[in-house]
Design a protein around this ligand. Structure first.
Ligand SMILES: [Zn+2]
Length: 282
């Protein structure tokens, strides 16, 4: 069975380059893709390109599966709606748009948003990138409109200024790489936890969130905006355990004898930081 690679690599300028020598990727066969200098990269089942030079220690697949189920059950729906509005504002006015979801995880949120926008893969380019093979493997089953890449988040294998919009949702990032791959005037949408995020699982609630007055957003971005998204969801204890043990790791309250499977409310509190790459800083 031919592995599914979207139109992004068929006839359009390809923003992806070889992570070893930065040459164009210029030839593809059924199972691999090759750069001008002969470096070859596998097209893995069910349809993503493995551009990772060295293996990354993936979280346990079961953990990712649980997270995927949780996201599919709507944990982040209100956040997704807010992001969608911001994204759609770009999409509806662009003749072509290249969007990168950096740290796409299992791809659920990204795929949902593209579906809602009625993403036209023949005009636009969508790239989902993650350094976890288990996650990107699941993502690749979600949408055939996305070019899914297993690649290094710290050395993104995309050309300078090749991306119009970067999404970065609860994922680590290297701002200098975002700055490099984003075109001047391009938009970055970064989601970070707010002060009350997962408050029910935390000992102390503080207002200790990253100071966006420093770093990328103040140094290199213009047109800065913050949107706070806050809501509560009813979850099972199993779902809460997943949140604690997977990236949203925060200390559990002591003496918490909540019975397993008892439904509880959980607060989701996040901030969407948006800014455009300043022309003057380019
Ligand atoms: Zn190469």
């Amino acid at each position: 069975m031919e592995k599914l690679i979207p139109e992004i690599l068929r006839g359009k300028p390809c923003p992806v380059y070889c992570p070893i020598c930065q040459a164009n990727l210029n030839s593809k066969n059924k199972n691999s893709i090759k750069c001008l200098n002969g470096h070859r990269f596998d097209i893995a089942d069910p349809g993503y390109i493995n551009l990772l030079a060295k293996p990354y220690q993936s979280p346990h697949r079961d953990l990712i599966s649980t997270g995927k189920a949780l996201t599919e059950n709507g944990l982040f729906d209100p956040l997704e709606s807010e992001l969608l509005q911001l994204l759609y504002a770009e999409y509806k006015v662009a003749s072509t748009l290249t969007i990168l979801d950096a740290g796409t995880g299992d791809g659920t949120v990204f795929s949902n948003m593209l579906l809602c926008m009625q993403w036209d893969q023949y005009r636009h380019q969508a790239i989902g990138l993650d350094n976890c093979s288990s996650a990107i493997s699941m993502a690749a089953t979600k949408s055939q409109s996305v070019l899914w890449l297993l690649a290094d988040m710290a050395e993104i294998p995309l050309k300078n200024g090749s991306v119009d919009v970067i999404l970065n949702i609860f994922a680590p990032c290297k701002y200098s790489e975002f700055y490099r791959v984003l075109r001047p005037g391009g938009l970055i949408l970064k989601v970070i936890p707010g002060p009350l995020h997962l408050a029910e699982l935390r000992e102390d609630i503080t207002d200790d969130v990253p100071d966006i007055a420093t770093g990328f957003f103040s140094d290199y971005a213009a047109d800065l905006k913050q949107t706070r998204v806050q809501y509560q969801k009813t979850l099972t204890r199993k779902e809460m355990d997943w949140l604690v043990s997977s990236g949203h790791s925060l200390p559990k309250k002591e003496n918490d004898n909540t019975p397993v499977d008892q439904l509880q409310k959980l607060t989701i509190d996040c901030r969407i930081l948006s800014g455009r790459k300043s022309d003057w800083a380019y």
